[in-house]
Design a protein around this ligand. Structure first.
Ligand SMILES: Cc1cc2nc3c(=O)[nH]c(=O)nc-3n(C[C@H](O)[C@H](O)[C@H](O)COP(=O)(O)OP(=O)(O)OC[C@H]3O[C@@H](n4cnc5c(N)ncnc54)[C@H](O)[C@@H]3O)c2cc1C
Length: 468
C-alpha cells in the first residue's frame, strides 16, 4: 500500500514508496533550513552538501517529497529557462553564448548526478520537437522564433528546422508543417527523480522532516505546529506555494497546469507515432502543450491550466470532463488514431509565476534568505541550476553561476517585481488566456475568414506582449 494517496501517475508508479519520515518535533539548530522538498530544495541541499559537507542542513516539507509540482510535472528536463532570450538579449555576444551553454548543459549535469548517485528515473536525452501542426499560423510563428534564436547567436546545432519529411522520421503528427528540433532537452519520470534526490541528500547527512508545514518565518527562525528550526540561512523552496509564506506570495503567484496520461499504447500504435528515444514534443499553439512517451509506453500530454482569483492554490486535481476533453481534443488533433483511446490518469499541480515571467535567484543577506523560483512551468531543469546557484550564493562563492542575469545577487526581496493587487491580476490573466483560446478556436477552424484569423492572432500577440 502506498504511504500517501498518489497525486499523479508518476507518484503511483514508484515501485517502493519511501516510508514516511518523522515530523519536526521540538527545537533544532542548523546552518541552513530549507522549506519544501521539491526539486529546488533538494538540489540546493545536494549541492551545498557536496561543496561543504560539514554544513548542518534540515529540510521541512509540509506533506512529503514530491507532493508539489516536482512529483506531478510533464517530465521535460529542459536546457533553458523561461524568458532566457529576453534575459540574455542585452549581453555581449560572447557572454550570451556562454550563458546559453550553461543552460544547454543542464540535462548533462543532471545526468552526471543521476549516474553518481545511482538514481534511475527513466532519463532519456532525446531532444525536443516543437511542431507546427493544426493550422498554418503555427509554422509562421515557429519560423519567426527560429530566426530570432539564430539572431541571438544560437546555431543549427542548437535549434534546427525540420521539414515534414524530416520530422516524420521522429514523430508522425497529423498534417505536419515542420518543426524545430533542439537536442538540449531530456525526458524523465519526475517522481523517481524526487525520490532519488531525497534519498541522495539523506545519504549526505541532510535531515528531512515530513508533515512539517512552516507556519511562521523570520530571519534565523522557522516554526511548524510542533517544532522550530534556528538557522543561519533560510531557503524557502516552495515555488507555487509562496502565498503560505508571506510576503513571498507577492512575487511568486500560483498558476495551474493540467495533464492526462493514456493507458499504455501498443507497439503498433507507437510504430505509427514514433518518439522512440525519449523526445519531448509540443505543438506550437498558445495552449502551452507538452508531451512525452513514458517509459511504460503511455502518451503523457499536458496543457496550460488556470489561475484562481486572489492567487488561491488549487487543491483538488480531480480534472473535470471539460479539462480532460480539451487535452483529449488537442492530442487527438495530432494523433487522430488516439481520439478514443483510454485516458487512465488525469492530474495537475500548482506552479510559480513571477511578475516578469522569468525566474529569479537571489540572496537577501539582511533577511538571511536565499530564494529561487518563478520558473513558470519550466522548472525541472531550472531548479537544478537554481540549486547550484543558491549553494554558491550561500557559500559566498563567486562563480559563473552567480554572474548570470537571472541572479539578482545580494539584493533584498523587494528587488523582485511584485504582482499587482486583485482584481487586476485576475482580469489580466483572464483577458490574456481568453484571447489565446479565441485565437486557437479561430485558427483551428479552416473556414475562418482570413481577416478573422489575422485579427485573432494580432490580438493574442498583443496580449502576449503584455506579459513581457
Ligand atoms: C502539471 C505541471 C507540469 C509541469 N511540467 C513541467 C515540465 O514538463 N518541465 C518543466 O521544466 N517544468 C514543468 N513544470 C514545472 C516544474 O514542475 C516546477 O517548476 C518544479 O517542480 C518546481 O519545483 P520546486 O521544488 O521549486 O517546487 P515544488 O515541487 O512545488 O515543491 C514545493 C514543496 O514545498 C512544500 N511546501 C509548500 N509550502 C510549505 C510550507 N509552508 N512548509 C513546508 N513545506 C511547504 C510543498 O508541499 C512542496 O512539496 C510543471 C508543473 C506542473 C504543475
Amino acid at each position: 500500500m502506498p504511504a500517501h494517496p498518489p497525486v499523479s501517475l508518476w507518484m503511483e508508479q514508484l515501485d517502493q514508496p519511501s516510508p514516511p519520515r518523522p515530523a519536526l518535533q521540538g527545537s533544532l539548530e542548523v546552518d541552513v533550513a530549507i522549506v519544501g522538498a521539491g526539486y529546488t530544495g533538494l538540489w540546493t541541499a545536494y549541492y551545498l552538501k557536496r561543496l561543504a559537507p560539514e554544513l548542518r542542513i534540515a529540510m521541512l516539507e509540509a506533506e512529503y517529497p514530491g507532493f508539489g509540482a516536482s512529483g506531478r510535472n510533464g517530465g521535460w528536463l529542459m536546457g533553458n529557462l523561461l524568458g532566457d532570450e529576453r534575459l540574455l538579449a542585452g549581453l555581449p555576444a560572447e557572454q550570451r553564448r556562454a550563458a546559453f551553454e550553461l543552460l544547454h548543459g543542464i540535462p548533462d549535469e543532471v545526468a552526471q548526478v543521476l549516474a553518481r548517485e545511482g538514481i534511475a528515473c527513466d532519463y532519456r536525452k532525446g531532444g525536443v520537437l516543437y511542431c507546427a501542426a493544426r493550422y498554418p499560423e503555427q509554422e509562421v510563428r515557429l519560423r519567426a522564433w527560429l530566426a530570432a534564436l539564430h539572431r541571438e547567436g544560437l546555431s543549427e546545432a542548437d535549434y534546427r528546422w525540420l521539414t515534414p519529411a524530416e520530422l516524420d522520421l521522429q514523430l508522425r503528427v497529423n498534417a505536419p508543417l515542420g518543426a524545430i528540433h533542439s537536442p538540449h532537452c531530456a525526458t524523465l519520470q519526475p517522481a523517481k527523480l524526487v525520490q532519488g534526490l531525497a534519498q541522495a541528500v539523506e545519504r549526505l547527512g541532510v535531515q528531512l522532516f515530513e508533515q512539517s508545514r512552516v507556519e511562521h518565518w523570520q530571519p534565523g527562525l522557522v516554526r511548524t505546529a510542533q517544532g522550530e528550526l534556528r538557522a543561519d540561512w533560510l531557503v524557502p523552496a516552495v515555488e507555487g506555494y509562496a502565498a503560505g509564506l508571506p510576503p513571498l506570495g507577492r512575487y511568486q503567484l500560483p498558476v495551474q497546469s493540467l495533464l492526462v496520461a493514456t493507458a499504455p499504447l501498443s507497439a503498433s500504435q507507437w510504430e505509427a507515432i514514433g518518439l522512440d528515444r525519449g523526445q519531448a514534443f509540443s505543438e506550437f499553439s498558445r495552449q502551452v502543450t507538452y508531451g512525452q512517451r513514458s517509459a511504460d509506453d503511455r502518451l503523457v500530454f499536458g496543457a496550460r491550466g488556470g489561475y484562481r482569483f486572489g492567487g488561491r492554490l488549487r487543491q483538488d486535481f480531480a480534472l473535470n470532463a471539460e479539462e480532460i476533453g480539451l487535452r483529449r481534443y488537442l492530442f487527438g488533433e495530432l494523433f487522430p488514431q488516439l481520439r478514443n483511446v483510454e485516458i487512465s490518469h488525469a492530474w495537475g499541480g500548482n506552479l510559480g509565476m513571477a511578475r516578469r515571467f522569468q525566474p529569479h535567484m537571489l540572496l537577501d543577506r539582511g533577511g538571511r534568505i536565499a530564494l529561487a523560483g518563478g520558473y513558470g512551468g519550466e522548472g525541472v531543469g531550472a531548479s537544478n541550476l537554481a540549486g547550484r546557484t543558491l549553494a554558491d550564493l550561500i557559500l559566498g562563492r563567486a562563480s559563473t553561476l552567480t554572474e548570470q542575469p537571472w541572479v539578482l545577487g545580494e539584493r533584498p526581496l523587494s528587488a523582485l517585481k511584485a504582482w499587482e493587487p486583485e482584481p487586476c491580476r485576475w482580469l489580466g490573466y483572464n483577458a490574456i488566456v481568453r484571447s489565446f483560446v479565441h485565437e486557437d478556436r479561430v485558427l483551428a477552424n479552416p473556414h475562418s475568414a482570413p481577416w478573422r484569423r489575422t485579427l485573432a492572432a494580432r490580438l493574442a500577440d498583443c496580449m502576449e506582449g503584455l506579459m513581457r
